[in-house]
Design a protein around this ligand. Structure first.
Ligand code: DGP
Length: 113
C-alpha cells in the first residue's frame, strides 16, 4: 500500500535496521525501543491488523511465528521474551500494518501499564 509506513520500509524506501528477512516477512529494529531487544516482524503483504487475518492470509502469520524463535535465538534471548501485537484504537495500534513486537533482553514488567 503506497501510503503505509511499513510497506515503505519493506520496499526499502525508508531505511531500517534489518534483523531477518525471507520471502514472506521482514524483521527490523523498532525506532523507539522499549527493551534492550525490540524487533518488529511484519508480513510482506499489507494486512492492516490482527483483526484482518483470515484463511487467505494466515500463512503469513504462521511464517512469522516460525521465524520468531529463530530471531529470538539470533538476538540471544535465552531467558525468554514477549510477543505483542497491538490491534486497533483500543489496542493502541499506531501503524496500520500488522506487526509483532519481540521484546526481551531484560525481565519485563508483568503488568499492563
Ligand atoms: P504499534 O504502537 O504497536 O503500532 O507499534 C508501532 C511501532 O513502530 C512503534 O513501537 C514504533 C515503531 N516505528 C514507528 N515508525 C517507525 C520507523 O519509521 N522505523 C522503525 N524502525 N520503527 C518505527
Amino acid at each position: 500500500m503506497s501510503d503505509c509506513l511499513f510497506c515503505k520500509i519493506i520496499a526499502g524506501d525508508i531505511p531500517s535496521s534489518k534483523v531477518y528477512e525471507d520471502e514472506m516477512l521482514y524483521a527490523f529494529r523498532d525506532i523507539n525501543p522499549m527493551a534492550p531487544v525490540h524487533v518488529l516482524v511484519v508480513p510482506k503483504t499489507h494486512i492492516p491488523s490482527a483483526d484482518d487475518v483470515n484463511a487467505e492470509n494466515s500463512a503469513y502469520v504462521a511464517k512469522i511465528f516460525e521465524a520468531i524463535p529463530k530471531i529470538a535465538a539470533s538476538e540471544g534471548l535465552t531467558g525468554g521474551y514477549r510477543v505483542i501485537t497491538n490491534c486497533g484504537e483500543d489496542g493502541c495500534q499506531s501503524v496500520k500494518h500488522l506487526h509483532f513486537h519481540i521484546l526481551g533482553g531484560k525481565k519485563l514488567p508483568d503488568q499492563l501499564g
